[in-house]
Design a protein around this ligand. Structure first.
Ligand code: ZN
Length: 88
């Protein structure tokens, strides 16, 4: 079994600070981005953490971590279903 624990993900400052839930996920070039879906400063620098830290906090993310490149997953709140869409 491949150990998936050390997969890096890019997150916004809100996810980093745990002040907002992950509501928007992008996958591009094998990189996952976990975002809150709100506005961010144009000078915000994405942070990188191990995916296991985010999933420990919110297990509902397990459903969408295997989305394909070029796809996004979005939900309106942490209890709603993920909606998938191609963003290219
Ligand atoms: Zn954010």
């Amino acid at each position: 079994m491949e150990n998936k624990k050390e997969i890096p993900v890019y997150i916004c400052s809100h996810i980093f600070e745990d002040s907002r839930p992950v509501l928007l996920v992008y996958k591009e070039d094998d990189d996952l981005q976990f975002l809150c879906g709100e506005e961010h400063d144009s000078n915000e620098i994405p942070r990188v953490v191990g995916i296991n830290h985010i999933i420990e906090r919110d297990e509902s993310l397990i459903e969408i971590i295997n989305i394909e490149n070029g796809w996004e997953a979005e939900r309106s709140n942490i209890n709603s279903e993920w909606g998938l869409a191609k963003f290219e």
